[in-house]
Design a protein around this ligand. Structure first.
Ligand SMILES: Nc1nc2c(c(=O)[nH]1)N=C([C@H](O)[C@H](O)COP(=O)(O)OP(=O)(O)OP(=O)(O)O)CN2
Ligand SMILES: [Zn+2]
Length: 273
């Protein structure tokens, strides 16, 4: 089986409002997104399909055909529209990223030929995306930033072994990174709010439980969470998962960008992708 991906872009306006609720209630639940005049996003939709290689043509499916099918569909239905007012499905269902990706999954899967839809990832902005994969629940990923210093050093190895294994990263004073932390939750979008998890709750938890502890800190020297641990990014991803999971019962994955080139993820004990 081969997997391939094509990105399709569109811009839409939306407003998060339950028409049965008062302005105050909508404001309380949806915050700024409840503005009845709406606001907009430049969405990026990553369409990943799977299929068998056609030996004669050398392709599973022509990506230009995916562009025509999916691009044509979003151009006609979503691009340049105020979804709550102009799209029948979203007149009654709140156009959250989770609901949008679910709608797109149901609409696009039957249209594809010579391949099957494997995953849709809908980016609302560079810090938020929702995704749907075959036979999986919807997932929502939020990206956060913090800066921290660390020294790679294991107490279980000799000084020579530490230097040999970690080189410059074993510098006694440490060194620093611009970390990007991705927190992924999964679930069924709430039928009333259209959300898997309230983003303001997620932000509050990640801020108070992780970012406030680690931002602008030396992980080895200033944090109790890394006491006795070597703060590699594998260990850091696991530490952060364990810190967040008691507050986020639907936590699916922690992704940690240590640098732009080094990425690590942890899905909890015994879980694999
Ligand atoms: N398995 C792991 N290997 C390494 C880790 C880690 O956490 N787990 N961490 C480091 C260092 O912390 C290091 O600072 C990253 O170094 P490096 O890959 O060299 O940095 P860049 O991504 O900026 O790449 P350049 O080659 O320097 O451009 C090392 N290994
Ligand atoms: Zn480092």
């Amino acid at each position: 089986m081969l997997y391939l991906s094509r990105r399709v872009d569109f811009s839409s306006m939306h407003s998060y409002r339950n028409p049965k609720w008062s302005d105050e209630r909508n404001q309380e639940v949806f915050g700024l997104c409840s503005n009845p005049s709406g606001h907009g996003h430049d969405y990026q939709l990553e369409v990943m399909v799977k299929g068998a290689l056609n030996e004669a043509s050398g392709v599973v499916v022509n990506t230009v055909d995916i562009k025509k099918i999916v691009g044509g569909f979003v151009d006609q239905e979503l691009d340049g529209k105020f979804l709550n007012k102009e799209h029948p499905h979203f007149m009654t269902k709140i156009p959250t990223t989770e609901n949008l990706v679910t709608y797109l999954w149901d609409a696009i899967s039957p249209k594809l030929q010579n391949c099957e839809l494997h995953r849709l990832r809908l980016h609302e902005n560079p810090f938020l995306y929702a995704e749907k994969e075959e036979e999986k629940m919807v997932r929502l990923t939020r990206k956060y930033h913090f800066s921290a210093a660390h020294r790679l050093h294991s107490d279980q190895l000799s000084d020579e072994e530490n230097i040999r294994l970690f080189g410059k990263c074993n510098n006694p004073y440490g060194h620093g990174h611009n970390y990007y932390l991705e927190v992924t939750v999964e679930g069924i979008p709430d039928p009333v709010t259209g959300m898997i998890t309230d983003l303001s709750y997620l932000d509050e938890i990640v801020d108070s439980v992780v970012l406030n502890k680690f931002d602008h800190k030396h992980l080895n020297l200033d944090t109790s969470e890394f006491e006795g641990l070597n703060p590699t990014s594998e260990v850091a991803a696991k530490v952060m998962y364990d810190m967040l999971s008691p507050y986020l019962p639907n936590l699916y994955k922690i992704g940690l960008w240590e640098t732009e080139k080094n990425y690590f993820e942890y899905m909890g004990p015994g879980v694999s992708a």
